[in-house]
Ligand binder design. Structure first.
Ligand SMILES: NC(=O)c1ccc[n+]([C@@H]2O[C@H](COP(=O)([O-])OP(=O)(O)OC[C@H]3O[C@@H](n4cnc5c(N)ncnc54)[C@H](O)[C@@H]3O)[C@@H](O)[C@H]2O)c1
Length: 247
């Protein structure tokens, strides 16, 4: 029996990086995982050996109707949603000053990083309210706290996620539902590998521990945040920056 036996977790961005690592650990700890990602091939490969404990949902999370239909299906099938972990995210174009930013690209980043996290939270909250229990974790970023030069779209979208977390934490504070965020600095994943080296160096140089965070460090923090033990912290953005942000 693991810590999460019998619980159902919805994880977005589950095909890669942090979302994948969190999903696998939750499965090890006994949860059923609904794995959301736009990349069906990567989802199928990542969870090929997990059988019926994983439900794969390949959708574009920026489409609210697809999110709603899928959450309805999950509730019909499992009858409960204990955790929502929003990891789907993109950086958009980086290493670009604000006067050069392409508005369409900025909008695209907001549609995934902010709007999709709003859509999924909006869809699961009624079920969590019925159960008087829920754990929501939005993956923000230190870029949202500090503002990374060259990353207007990404930093602003993550600041919006931190704002949403504060609002939702307060709104549901008396319901048994906690809503928190995590703000990692640099964790080496495909998201970071796809960025210009100059931008990655800018971010990594700012970490006092002079190293990137590991997937294990991200997973351990995330699993505490979505556990039943995390019952008196809500609306908070947990720091995972090797000392870069001390608030
Ligand atoms: N890796 C880091 O250093 C770091 C630091 C701070 C914050 N974060 C945040 O953590 C989260 C996970 O990052 P990661 O590094 O694991 O990224 P990743 O690129 O490895 O994974 C992101 C996943 O999101 C999926 N995705 C993209 N667009 C989608 C869409 N429209 N619908 C559904 N799925 C979609 C991708 O297919 C991918 O599998 C992101 O929100 C990211 O901003 C990462």
């Amino acid at each position: 029996m693991g810590t999460f036996s019998g619980q159902v977790a919805l994880v977005t961005g589950a095909a890669s990086g942090i979302g994948l690592a969190i999903s696998r650990k939750l499965l090890e700890e006994g949860a059923k995982v609904v794995a959301y990602d736009i990349n069906k091939t990567a989802l199928d490969e990542a969870f090929a050996s997990y059988g019926a404990t994983v439900k794969i949902v390949a959708i574009d999370l920026t489409q609210q109707d697809q999110v709603n239909a899928s959450v309805d299906e999950v509730i019909a099938e499992y009858g409960r949603i204990d955790m929502l972990i929003n990891c789907a995210g993109i950086t958009g174009i980086t290493n670009t000053k604000s006067h050069e930013v392409c508005p369409e690209n900025l909008q695209k980043v907001f549609e995934l990083n902010f709007m999709s996290s709003f859509y999924t939270a909006r869809a699961v909250l009624p079920q969590m309210l019925k159960a008087n229990y829920g754990r929501i974790l939005h993956m923000a970023s230190v870029a949202g706290k500090e503002g990374n030069a060259g990353m207007l779209a990404y930093s602003s979208s993550k600041a919006a996620v931190i704002g949403m977390t504060k609002v939702q934490g307060k709104e549901y504070a008396e319901t048994g539902i906690t809503v928190n965020a995590m703000a990692p600095a640099v964790i080496r994943t495909p998201l970071v590998d796809a960025m210009p080296e100059a931008q990655v160096k800018y971010m990594t140089d700012k970490i006092p521990m002079k190293r990137c965070g590991t997937l294990d460090e991200a997973v351990n923090m995330a699993l505490y945040i979505v556990s039943p033990q995390n019952s008196f912290t809500t609306g908070f953005t947990f720091d995972l920056t090797g000392g870069r942000a001390t608030y």
